[in-house]
Design a protein around this ligand. Sequence first.
Ligand code: 4NP
Length: 155
Amino acid sequence: MENKRLKILFVCLGNICRSPMAEFIMKHKVEQLGVADRFEIASAGTSDEERGNPVYPPAKEMLKRHGIGSKGKHSRPIVPEDYDNYDLIIGMDASNIRDMYHTFGGDPEWKIKLLLDYTEHPRNIADPWYTGDFQATWDDVNEGCDALLADLGFI
Ligand code: 4NP
């Protein structure tokens, strides 16, 4: 019997910096682990401000520096149907969580998580759109993805 794929949606505000970094870092990690076929991974934003736009160049560059592509990704806003379509919906900061509660009308199935809640030091991931610190974003997202994979029993 084929294993059911775990569907993960990473969510930030604009879907051009943090959540696409999480999407492509996570895709890279599951490929390296040889378990890509167990997952379906995507990202979206709570705002439609950046709808249709590609990954923001400094975020794209940070991924590229680690050998990770992000080709074909364009920002899209979350829609109410995402709640049923995904198993885990993972925000980057507390305002993402609050905005998702609003769009999804709550979280009856406990699917909404904060990425760094999987780590030993739960905290928000600062928005590099405002801080300009894409290295900090990389470090935080990378730590969060490792912690998520450990939580799921893959590392
Ligand atoms: P992100 O960063 O949420 O990490 O993608 C942002 C990108 C764009 C905007 C805000 C945050 N914006 O307001 O356009």
